[in-house]
Design a protein. Structure first.
Length: 165
């Protein structure tokens, strides 16, 4: 059986993934398979990647540029809760829980992203379940670390402000 050749875009995707900690336990063959199910998205300054409440149907990784994550406050203001740059991921929860977007993401400097859609993930899970399982495991760990970090920040904020939930 001969190994299927990667397109230039797929090879570029695979090479970028090798630099992301999320994929540090993936071998080159796993990354080749994953790259075949991902695609590039370019964003202009001021363009929305997605808005809070949109259907979540992909996750992505910032190749270059800067994006801001905005969360609507109780007063209706959009508050910047994160800035995303090269290597950051966004939208992981949508592959796990299939829920609507919990925040808005806007491009503040022209950006390029690599995305994996929910349909692409489903095809990956069918054709290469071991790669899909590894991706879900790593994504779950990433989400867990993010939740722990957020919980610590919330505890500090509550202590400093003397608020309670």
């Amino acid at each position: 059986m001969t190994k299927e050749q990667l397109s230039e875009s797929e090879e570029s995707t695979r090479n970028f993934l090798t630099y992301l900690p999320l994929f540090d336990s993936f071998n080159i063959e796993d990354l080749d398979v994953l790259a075949k199910h991902m695609s590039y998205v370019s964003l202009r300054k001021g363009e929305f990647l997605f808005a809070e409440g949109d259907k979540g149907n992909f996750m992505g990784f910032v190749v270059n540029g800067v994006l801001e994550v905005l969360k609507r406050s109780e007063t209706g203001e959009d508050v910047v809760i994160a800035r995303l740059t090269r290597g950051n991921s966004i939208g992981e929860m949508s592959l796990i829980d299939k829920s609507t977007r919990s925040a808005t993401v806007i491009c503040v400097q022209p950006a390029t992203m690599i995305t994996l859609t929910d349909k692409g993930f489903d095809i990956l899970a069918e054709k290469a379940p071991h790669v899909a399982i590894k991706l879900i495991q790593k994504t779950a760990r990433l989400l867990s670390l993010n939740m722990r970090r957020t919980s610590s920040k919330l505890a500090d904020l509550l202590q400093n402000k003397k608020f309670s939930i």
